[in-house]
Design a protein around this ligand. Structure first.
Ligand code: HEM
Length: 204
């Protein structure tokens, strides 16, 4: 999306085509995220999403034990892992919402596209006649009014994506470091769904 010109994607039709492709893939991302959040709300204990289970004292206790050379084992996420997963979910939620709003304001795609078309349509014109990046049938003052909101959503979308990339790199680094230093079978558990741990799990 950010390297359109470098990829030779110029011209309105090609740009709208790329955005449409991004939005269609984005719908897949939304369904995936909503399914995982639902599973986090109604599913079994370990995939459950809950910050209530992570107190500050539990976090510092975990860090202290690690620094003293202990290797606390968890069937689910470690306290630190839980915080990072919650942060990622919040960020993914922001990306999803701003992406959907941007899909509506930019290329008039569902779920908000028809509302946006109705808002910017010239008086007496059929909103569905408005096409992306074409000002025919558009009321200029309504379009101007929409501008700041549209760019705010675009900026939040873009910076959330940057932040997500940063958190993803940190997360992968933390997972590899935990795997190497504490040997909890973290990576194999992501594939098999089963964690092989030594001794008793803290969250059994
Ligand atoms: C993790 C998922 C996502 C990533 C990594 C991502 C990434 C990006 C990036 C890098 C841009 C370009 C921003 C810019 O040039 O200013 C963008 C724009 C856009 N995204 Fe997403 N996006 C995601 C999810 C979504 C979703 C779920 C939707 C909606 C279904 C969506 C809709 C859009 C639209 C319409 C634009 C065009 C905005 C514009 O050209 O200014 N995105 N996205």
């Amino acid at each position: 999306m950010m390297n359109k010109s470098a990829l030779g994607i110029t011209g309105t039709e090609a740009k709208v085509g790329l955005k449409t492709l991004h939005v269609l893939i984005g719908y897949g991302f939304c369904i995936n995220l909503l399914l995982r959040i639902s599973w986090g709300l109604i599913g079994p204990k370990h995939p459950k999403l809950s910050l209530k289970r992570t107190s500050l004292s539990e976090l510092s206790n975990y860090q202290t034990r690690i620094s003293k050379g202990h290797k606390p084992q968890y069937l689910g996420h470690t306290p630190l892992g839980r915080v990072s997963v919650m942060l990622m979910f919040i960020l993914l939620g922001v990306i999803m919402i701003t992406g959907l709003v941007r899909a509506g304001t930019d290329i008039y795609y569902p779920p908000f596209g028809s509302t946006v078309q109705a808002f910017i349509a010239e008086h007496g014109e059929l909103p569905s006649k408005i096409k992306p990046y074409n000002d025919t049938y558009v009321d200029p003052s309504a379009k101007l009014q929409l501008g700041p909101f549209k760019s705010l959503m675009g900026n939040v979308h873009r910076y959330s994506v940057y932040l997500l990339m940063f958190i993803l790199i940190m997360h992968i680094w933390a997972v590899v470091k935990t795997e190497v230093t504490l040997h909890p079978g973290l990576i194999s558990a992501m594939v098999s769904g089963k964690k092989i741990i030594e001794g008793k799990a803290e969250d059994e």
